[in-house]
Design a protein. Structure first.
Length: 130
């Protein structure tokens, strides 16, 4: 199973440059069968641009997670701290087997009811939303 994640374009660029090897989240998938992530680059791009396989999913207190992942975070400590303020647990999804689509997909073109997920949506293997 796949999940569609909304990611800001600046972070999508860092993922594809190899600078960002972890995607940080405040909440994580409840379905253990999610094995890969489809990347939706938020506005102003508004396109599905690629996907990656999930390596490890780390769940730790924010300070410990930062120490373990900071070298491949693609963000600075201030941004990290602001994102996880008042959180007891922080999550990092390890990005592996990254694929950039040769032609980004405009999800609004084929489906006028498409709404970008606030965080993520589950997809079945055919690419449909669950």
């Amino acid at each position: 199973m796949k999940a569609l994640l909304s990611i800001k374009p600046e972070f999508v660029d860092k993922i594809f440059s190899g600078e960002k090897l972890f995607e940080y989240r405040k909440a994580i998938f409840k379905r253990p069968e999610v094995k890969s992530v489809v990347i939706y680059s938020t506005m102003p791009e508004g396109k599905i641009v690629g996907e990656f396989k999930i390596g490890n999913i780390l769940a730790k207190c924010p300070e410990e997670l930062w120490e373990e992942t900071k070298g491949a975070s693609g963000i600075d400590k201030r941004f990290f701290d602001e994102y996880f303020v008042n959180k007891k647990v922080a999550y990092a999804i390890e990005i592996t087997e990254l694929t950039r689509y040769s032609k980004p997909i405009d999800p609004y073109k084929g489906d006028t009811s498409f709404k970008a997920p606030q965080s993520f949506k589950y997809l079945d293997y055919s690419g449909n939303f669950c």
